[in-house]
Write a protein that binds this ligand. Structure first.
Ligand SMILES: Cc1cc2nc3c(=O)[nH]c(=O)nc-3n(C[C@H](O)[C@H](O)[C@H](O)COP(=O)(O)OP(=O)(O)OC[C@H]3O[C@@H](n4cnc5c(N)ncnc54)[C@H](O)[C@@H]3O)c2cc1C
Length: 329
């Protein structure tokens, strides 16, 4: 058994100070980290409990009309907050599609941003090959069961997917992640927060060692009247997405004025389907427009042995999500 020390941070400064020591990780709700520790996937020597830091567990209005969601806001509180439900129903739906009520009561927004892949071979240390767990060791998934794996943006280093529902909605909403570190504060546009595997599949995000996520900022709400989070999974609840779609539209009568489409379950990061978005703008939502636009989202897809179904599923899910978003006044 490994010895682990535990420290409770009273403020952002002391959390960052504590994290400067090697082997230190922050713990939020612990719903992902503790599983990883129990499985021997994560082996921290020091846990810094950030859940008692004041001021990071609130949702506040921003002067530009947007919303600031503190990193310690629990997923269920964010999902059920009146401003989130009214102004960003897409995000509320995504939160409620994730995990279970008990887990959402514990899970924090910062922890959800940082949750790790559900690739079977990452979690199971009986497989020595995992570039994400042990850089340079290989990828057992390539020759394994690839049902849940990536079809876009992957390579032979890593075919894992990002498992979060919240992240897909935040990608569509163009959120901004605010972080604090030893060099001060900085903001990271959501599209730059999560990474594709490249030659560093061990890194899921562009967060620097020791940096603390303090909040997620949402721009002013443009899509409250026309949005839909659609999650397709093997069970109706308590299962990760095979494919999910966050669709957000601005409509001018029956014509699409602007569109944001992000996919989950298909890549190492939430996947923005920019070509699909462009193909919808200025169009009415007839079936052939939707199908043509959806096809653009999976151009260049490289399915593996067991997940070719995701190429078709992603297109159908986009069509349905956009139809429902467009029809929801
Ligand atoms: C059975 C089960 C089913 C699930 N189903 C789903 C699902 O369907 N959809 C879905 O989206 N999720 C699902 N989840 C995952 C769940 O959403 C995550 O476990 C949760 O969001 C993580 O939040 P946390 O606060 O518990 O993070 P923790 O476990 O505390 O931390 C996770 C990681 O984030 C880091 N971290 C935490 N806070 C910060 C911060 N402020 N700054 C920097 N780093 C930080 C930690 O160091 C750690 O590396 C499921 C989990 C379980 C166990």
């Amino acid at each position: 058994m490994d010895a682990i020390s535990y420290q409770r941070a009273a403020d952002i400064g002391s959390a960052i100070q504590a994290a400067s020591q090697p082997g230190t990780v922050f713990i939020g709700g612990g719903t992902n980290l503790l599983d990883l520790m129990k499985g021997g996937v994560a082996r921290p020597v020091r846990l810094v409990d950030i859940t008692h830091i004041g001021g990071l567990d609130t949702i506040t209005a921003l002067p530009d009309g947007g919303l600031r969601i503190g990193a310690l806001v629990r997923n269920s509180d964010a999902a059920n907050h009146a401003w989130v439900r009214e102004r960003y129903p897409l995000l509320s739906q995504a939160f409620l599609a994730g995990a279970s009520a008990q887990l959402r009561n514990m899970a924090t927004v910062g922890g959800n941003l940082m949750q790790r892949t559900r690739c079977y071979y990452f979690y199971d240390t009986a497989f020595p090959q995992c570039n994400k767990r042990k850089p340079g060791s290989g990828c057992a998934a390539l020759e394994g069961n690839t049902r849940i794996h990536a079809i876009l943006g992957a390579n032979d280093q890593c075919i894992a997917t990002n498992p979060s529902d919240m992240n897909v909605a935040l990608a569509a909403l163009d959120a901004v992640v605010r972080v604090s570190g030893r060099d001060g504060e900085r903001t990271i546009p959501f599209a730059q927060f999560h990474r594709l595997p490249g030659d560093r599949p061990d890194l899921d995000t562009t967060l620097l060692p020791g940096e603390l996520i303090t909040s997620v900022d949402l721009p002013p709400p443009l899509f409250a009247a026309h949005s839909k989070y659609l999650k397709v999974r093997d069970r109706a609840s308590y299962a990760f997405a095979l494919v999910s779609v966050a669709a957000a539209l601005q409509m001018d009568g029956n014509t699409v004025k602007s569109a944001r489409i992000a996919l989950g379950g298909v890549a190492h990061k939430p996947w923005r389907a920019k070509a699909t978005e462009a193909a919808l703008v200025g169009r009415t939502l007839d079936r052939s427009t939707l199908q043509n636009a959806a096809a653009l989202a999976v151009q260049g897809a490289k399915p593996r042995r067991d997940n070719a179904f995701k190429v078709t599923l992603a297109q159908r899910a986009i069509v349905r999500a956009v139809e429902q978003a467009g029809g929801a006044a």
